[in-house]
Design a protein around this ligand. Structure first.
Ligand code: ADP
Ligand code: MG
Length: 303
């Protein structure tokens, strides 16, 4: 279990993380979602003690990272930047980490197998593709067989097969009862991978909820209507408080009104319907809705 309480981190004038509080519970995959520059990596660095917070506390199973003995066996982490020694082979890199944490050398070959790098274990890691580098980073996070694992943007650079592999790996780790936190700016991937979401924008907490709740909170659900002639229906919808937009193909998209009432107004106006479809907001739309005020200006993102 990870407990973040009032975490604040500044870089000079810039507030990267602004007083955020959340828990990451064991037994499920928690997605840490936010646009680029929203403070995900900073938060994760604070959780594993690489960044010193300006305010607030972080506890992993009740302890701060600095108080953990053999931290690699308590918290495994893949951070965004690749932290391998360029000249080392994958096996040597992991053996070095294992030795530093008193982890049995046998575990190195086990994790190389787990991430599918056994065949290239003795090749220099600086010749690795981005995807292979990510697999090596994941191997490092798994090395200590820790009950808590963090992955910062682990699917970056992975091919579709690799993305499915990471997804199944994370679900498996959660099913074993581990605490699993994965950050991403990719909504669609989060929808498939996470059970629970922590959403941030501009360093502030925007949502702490299940994927399902998050989508319904954003309430951008709408109703798609196709009719033989829609003029009267359109007028009735607007008169009854709906927002109506026209699709290029003549269909209407109705907001702020449920499908039953749209159907009733269609009957009232003797409109022949060809289609009446309630549409659920996708995670992507929910995210855009909730974070639209917190997207950084492009110039700031580039900094
Ligand atoms: N070492 C640093 N020095 C100065 N600013 C930083 C540093 N690390 C991050 N930032 C800034 O803090 C904000 C949050 O960054 P980050 O945590 O990397 O966001 P994310 O991982 O969500 O993309 C950004 O505006 C970023 O530019
Ligand atoms: Mg990041």
């Amino acid at each position: 279990m990870i407990q973040v309480r009032g975490l604040t981190k500044r870089y000079g004038e810039k507030v990267a993380v602004d007083n955020i509080t959340f828990d990451v519970l064991p037994g499920r995959v928690t997605g840490f979602l936010g646009p680029n520059g929203s403070g995900k990596s900073t938060t994760m660095r604070a959780i594993i003690g690489l960044d010193r917070p300006d305010a607030g506390t972080v506890r992993v199973n009740g302890q701060s990272y600095h108080d953990l003995e053999a931290p690699l066996t308590k918290v495994g982490a893949l951070l965004e930047a690749r932290a391998t020694h360029p000249g080392r082979s994958a096996r040597n890199h992991l053996a070095f980490l294992a030795a530093a944490s008193g982890i049995d050398r046998k575990r190195v070959d086990e994790v190389l197998g787990l991430v599918g790098l056994s065949d290239v274990a003795d090749k220099r890691a600086n010749n690795f593709s981005l995807g292979m580098g990510q697999r090596l980073g994941i191997a490092g996070a798994l090395l200590g067989d820790a009950p808590t694992v963090l992955f910062d943007e682990p699917v970056n650079g992975l091919d579709p097969e690799g993305i499915i592999w990471v997804r199944n790996l994370l679900k498996g780790l959660a099913q074993e009862g581990r605490t699993v936190l994965i950050s991403s700016h990719l909504m669609a991937e989060m929808a498939l991978t996470a059970d629970h979401l922590i959403v941030i924008g501009r360093g502030r907490l925007i949502a702490d909820s299940s994927v399902e709740e998050f989508v319904s909170t954003a309430s951008t659900d709408d109703v798609l209507v196709r009719a033989r002639v829609s003029t009267d229906l359109r007028t009735a919808l607007i008169a009854n408080g709906a927002l109506v937009t026209d699709e290029p193909d003549g269909a209407l998209v109705v907001r702020r009104m449920g499908v039953e009432e749209v159907g009733r107004l269609a009957a009232d106006t003797r409109t022949v319907l060809h289609e009446l479809t309630p549409r659920r907001a996708s995670l992507e739309e929910a995210f855009m809705e909730l974070t639209k005020d917190s997207l950084e200006y492009t110039a700031q993102v580039a900094s």
